[in-house]
Design a binder for this molecule. Structure first.
Ligand code: ASP
Length: 446
C-alpha cells in the first residue's frame, strides 16, 4: 500500500527563475498540468528575468536593512510592487495584491523581523500561483514548524505536513519559511525553498521530488571554467553532497537530508526545456558505477597554517590543543593533513575573517612549535566519484593531469570512503587545474 501511494505523488519545486514573469508562470502551469501526479507545488519568490534584474528576496532583505538604518525604502519597495502587480494583471489574478503589499510595507516600517520580511516573497508568489493553477494555497507557516532557536522541528513538521496534506488533492505551499508554534516566521538559509520541497516530498512519501530550475541538471564541471562540460545523468546523494559543498550549487546542500533517508529520488529539471531528462539524484544502492569520476568542483580562498614540531606525535594532547584554539575562536577547519612532525590546518578564509593573528599567537603560546608558517591563497579542487573505490589509477590520472599542466599540488586528501580526492593548488591555478583534470577524464565519462 505504501508503495502504491509512493508511486502516485510527485512534489515539484519551482525556483525563482522559473517564476520570474508571466511567460515563466505559463511554462510552470503547463508542466504541472502535464502530469496529474504533480500534486504539491512549492514556489520560490520571483527571481531575475535577466542578468541585470533583481531577485524579490534580495529586495525584501534590502527593505528591511533600510528600516534598520532609518533610511526610507519607498523607491526600493516600488520594485516589489511593480513586479507583483504586473504578474497579477497579466495572469488575471483577482485577489487584492495591492492591499497585501500595502500591509506588508506597514509591517516592514513597524519593524517586522528580517525572516518575516524575507519570507513574503514566497508567500505572495504562492498566493498568485495557487490562484493561477486553481488549487488550494497552504501557508507554510501552518505546517513547517521551527523551534524557537530557528532550527527545524523535524518530527513535528513531518507529522503536521502529512496530516494536513492527507486529504488535499493538490496544493501550492510556498518554500523557504515556516513558523514556530507561537507563529513567529522563520526562514531557512538562502535558497531554502529546496529544503521545503524535500520536507514535503518526505512527508508525503513522494515517488520523486522534482526540482525545477533553469538548467537541465548537473554538469561534470562548472561551464564558466570548462567549455561544454558533460551532463550528469545520475548522481548519488553522497556524491552530490561533496560536489555541492565544494561549490556546485544548483541545489541546496541541506535539501538532500530529508529525502535521502527514505530513498526518494530528486530529479533536477529545466523549466525552459521540460523534455530534457535532467539529473537524477538517487541513493547508493540504485546505481552501480564502475570506473571514472562523476564530477569536479572546487572553491578558492583557503589559508593553510602549517605547524611543525619535532616529535609532536609523542606529545599527548598536541592536536587537541590546536583544535581547541580553533574552537575558542569559533573557526572550523576543512582539512587537517598531517606528516610525521607536522600538521596543517586548512581553513576557509570566510571562516577565518580577521582572526588569523590571534590564532597564530595562541598556537605559538600553547604549542611552542618549531615553525609556524601561513600560506594564503589556496584553492581546493574535489574530484568526486562513487566508482573510484573500485577503480585503479584514478588518483594517478588526477596527479598526472596536474603535472602535465605544470600545476603544483600543495595538499592531497582522500577520505576513507574514497568518494573524492581533494587537491590543494594555488588560487591562480584553480581554473587550469579543473580544466586539466576534466580533459584527462572526459573521454571515458559515461
Ligand atoms: N527566495 C529565497 C532565496 O532567494 C529562497 C529560494 O529561492 O529558495 O534565497
Amino acid at each position: 500500500m505504501e508503495d502504491i501511494i509512493k508511486k502516485e505523488v510527485v512534489v515539484a519545486k519551482f525556483g525563482g527563475s522559473s517564476l520570474s514573469d508571466t511567460c515563466q508562470f505559463n511554462k510552470v502551469r503547463e508542466i504541472v498540468l502535464a502530469d496529474s501526479r504533480r500534486r504539491y507545488i512549492i514556489p520560490s519568490a520571483p527571481g531575475k528575468r535577466d542578468v541585470s534584474d533583481f531577485k524579490i528576496t534580495d529586495i525584501l532583505y534590502l527593505c528591511h536593512e533600510h528600516v534598520q538604518k532609518g533610511v526610507p525604502f519607498d523607491e526600493v519597495y516600488k520594485i516589489i510592487i511593480g513586479r507583483y502587480l504586473q504578474l497579477c494583471e497579466e495572469l488575471n489574478i483577482t485577489f487584492d495584491m495591492l492591499g497585501s503589499l500595502t500591509d506588508l510595507k506597514e509591517k516592514i516600517i513597524s519593524g517586522a523581523s528580517v525572516d518575516y520580511v524575507a519570507s513574503r516573497g514566497e508567500y505572495l508568489n504562492g498566493l498568485i500561483l495557487a490562484e493561477y493553477l486553481g488549487v488550494e494555497f497552504i501557508d507554510a507557516a501552518e505546517i513547517i514548524i521551527f523551534k524557537k532557536s530557528g532550527q527545524l522541528d523535524e518530527e513535528a513538521t513531518y507529522k503536521a505536513v502529512s496530516n494536513r496534506l492527507s486529504k488535499v488533492e493538490k496544493a501550492v505551499i510556498p518554500g523557504f519559511y515556516g513558523a514556530t508554534l507561537k507563529g513567529e516566521i522563520k526562514t531557512f538559509s538562502r535558497g531554502g525553498s529546496d529544503i521545503t520541497g524535500a520536507i514535503i516530498a518526505k512527508s508525503v512519501q513522494a515517488m520523486v521530488y522534482e526540482n525545477w530550475t533553469d538548467v537541465s541538471g548537473f554538469l561534470m564541471a562548472d561551464p564558466r571554467i570548462v567549455e561544454n562540460p558533460k551532463h550528469i545523468e545520475e548522481i548519488t546523494y553522497k556524491e552530490l553532497r561533496e560536489l555541492s559543498y565544494m561549490g556546485a550549487n544548483v541545489f541546496h546542500e541541506e535539501a538532500i537530508f530529508p529525502v535521502k533517508k527514505d530513498g526518494i529520488p530528486i530529479n533536477i529539471k529545466n523549466t525552459n526545456k521540460p523534455l530534457d531528462e535532467g539529473t537524477y539524484i538517487v541513493d547508493d544502492k540504485s546505481i552501480v558505477k564502475v570506473g571514472d569520476i562523476t564530477g569536479i568542483s572546487g572553491k578558492k580562498d583557503f589559508t593553510v597554517i602549517s605547524i611543525e614540531k619535532t616529535l609532536m606525535k609523542r606529545e599527548k594532547g598536541f592536536h587537541r590543543r590546536i583544535l581547541s584554539i580553533l574552537e575558542s575562536n569559533d573557526v572550523s577547519f576543512e582539512h587537517i593533513p598531517s606528516g610525521l612532525d607536522s600538521v596543517s590546518l586548512i581553513i576557509d578564509d570566510s571562516q577565518l575573517g580577521d582572526k588569523l593573528e590571534k590564532i597564530l599567537e595562541e598556537i605559538e603560546r600553547q604549542c611552542s612549535p618549531d615553525s609556524l608558517i601561513v600560506y594564503p591563497n589556496m584553492a581546493l579542487v574535489a574530484v568526486v566519484g562513487k566508482g573510484m573505490i573500485r577503480t585503479k589509477g584514478i588518483s594517478g590520472k588526477v596527479f598526472g593531469a596536474l603535472a602535465k599542466a605544470d600545476i603544483n599540488i600543495r595538499m592531497i586528501n582522500q577520505g576513507s570512503n574514497e568518494l573524492s580526492i581533494i587537491v590543494g593548488v594555488e588560487n591562480e591555478d584553480f581554473e587550469n587545474a579543473i580544466r586539466a583534470i576534466y580533459s584527462a577524464f572526459k573521454s571515458k565519462v559515461k
